[in-house]
Design a binder for this molecule. Structure first.
Ligand code: ADP
Length: 431
């Protein structure tokens, strides 16, 4: 038996023995015993009342104090209360930390009650799902998130696959919604911004469609000629040469497209080189100018070059050659016969720049921001007729990006254009 209980039994025995002793002395044993046990019962009831009072309103005061077995009972209760309060502090700390972390998450997080009412939401839920906490607490989620397909998704109860929706506040934002049931029929709704992935997917689809479209025309022409030649019993040498020339032109067109695609893919996948070899741009431009003159042919453009030969560029010779030749070829292709094309390579205050200026047809301002997009052309027929793939300026943009440079375009319809590649100082080596 517990020692405290033994003590109480001994107190009761003591009260009995003392009552007998003083009862024998005074001749009133029952009265003395009644007083002794009455006192003990009153003392016990007093502790019981204190305990009851404290249990009714725990916050009113400290745990009562007492002697004997009651003291031990109160001590144990005190320890239990302390433990419980420590655990509660830990839990509230944890909850506060969890809410803080969930609030800072870039994903939208919404906790729903059994009735699908909003219990809590983080800050990102405002931007992605248009749910503002605490303003929307207690409101049914379906009353706020009125987007096609969401009501069926929420009510179906089958959440293995996420649902993709557009944000109710901004149609340009795509959100992937994933619901996880937890506790007693509550739900955790997580919304992730997948705009970038959705755009990439859209770009990929457009890209595949564009490439297929670009390849289909030369392939159809080639196929047509081959079929015609197969069905012919006799053919004049002159006609055959004409047919073969067209077939050759179409195969060159496909070759250019594939070369440009490979170049783009190389530029996108190769890791960026921080510096590179010093490239003699003056020498490179001289050979590119000769190629430009060759391309100009009968059109006899007046091509001039002004290059600072003391100025070298740190980078990839192959990539720079590809970018600059695209710009020079464009100037030749989009400038009428006899037009002027000027190439310049010079130092600027904080780096260097290569510029191609032509007196060509020029470009309307609304097209300029889109020129570096793949397959973007102002006049598709004109571009194709002059052997364009629609990828030239896209390649230029990627090469410049890899050389920490920017492309600046100035143009006026009917007057001409200037394409400027601006390189930062750290890319320039002065002889
Ligand atoms: P493309 O193979 O069609 O020339 P690019 O990407 O090189 O493709 O150029 C995109 C479009 O920009 C061209 O189709 C053309 O409309 C326009 N463009 C590029 N350079 C010039 C220029 N020097 N003058 C006028 N238009 C140009």
């Amino acid at each position: 038996m517990h020692p405290g209980l033994w003590r109480e039994i001994w107190i009761l025995i003591g009260i009995g023995v003392l009552s007998l002793f003083f009862g024998a002395l005074t001749g009133r044993p029952f009265l003395i015993a009644a007083c002794g046990f009455g006192f003990y019962i009153a003392w016990t009831l007093r502790h019981l009342r204190n305990l009851h009072r404290w249990l009714l309103d725990r916050r009113a005061g400290d745990i009562p104090e007492g002697g004997g077995l009651w003291g031990e009972v109160f001590d144990e209760i005190y320890k239990l209360v302390k433990q419980a309060s420590r655990r509660q502090d830990q839990l509230s700390g944890m909850l506060a930390r969890f809410q803080k972390a969930a609030s800072a998450m870039p994903d939208a997080v919404v906790v729903l009650s059994q009735e699908s009412e909003i219990e809590w939401a983080n800050r990102s839920a405002a931007g992605l799902l248009g749910i503002y906490y605490p303003r929307d607490a207690g409101v049914r989620l379906l009353n706020l998130l009125r987007v096609p397909g969401f009501a069926q998704y929420l009510e179906r109860g089958e959440y293995a696959e996420p649902l993709e929706i557009t944000s109710p506040d901004n149609r340009d934002i795509f959100v992937s919604i994933q619901i996880t049931p937890f506790g007693s029929s509550q739900k955790l709704v997580v919304g992730r911004d997948v705009t970038r992935i959705a755009r990439l997917e859209q770009m990929r689809r457009h890209f595949v469609a564009n490439v297929s479209h670009e390849l289909r025309t030369p392939l159809t022409v080639l196929g047509g000629y081959v079929e015609t030649l197969q069905q012919m019993d006799q053919i004049k040498m002159e006609d055959l040469r004409k047919h073969l020339a067209t077939m050759h032109e179409q195969s060159l067109r496909m070759q250019r497209l594939v070369d440009d695609l490979l170049m783009l893919s190389k530029l996108e996948t190769a890791p960026p080189r921080t510096q590179g070899e010093p490239v003699d741009i003056a020498v490179l431009l001289k050979s590119l100018m000769e190629q430009g003159t060759l391309l100009s042919g009968e059109n006899r453009h007046d091509i001039t070059l002004e290059a600072d030969s003391s100025l070298k560029l740190l980078g990839s010779r192959e990539e720079l050659q590809s970018a600059f030749s695209n710009l020079i070829n464009n100037a030749v292709r989009y400038t009428p016969a006899g037009g002027k094309i000027h190439l310049s390579w010079r130092a600027t205050g904080d780096g260097a720049e290569f510029a191609v200026t032509d007196t060509g047809e020029g470009i309307a301002p609304e097209h300029i921001p889109h020129l570096t997009e793949r397959f973007y052309r102002v006049d598709t027929a004109r571009s194709r007729a002059s052997g364009g793939t629609g990828l030239g300026l896209s390649i230029v943009k990627h090469v410049l990006l890899r050389h920490e440079a920017t492309l600046e375009i100035e143009s006026e319809v009917g007057q001409g254009s200037t394409f400027r590649c601006v390189f930062p100082e750290q890319r320039v080596a002065h002889a």
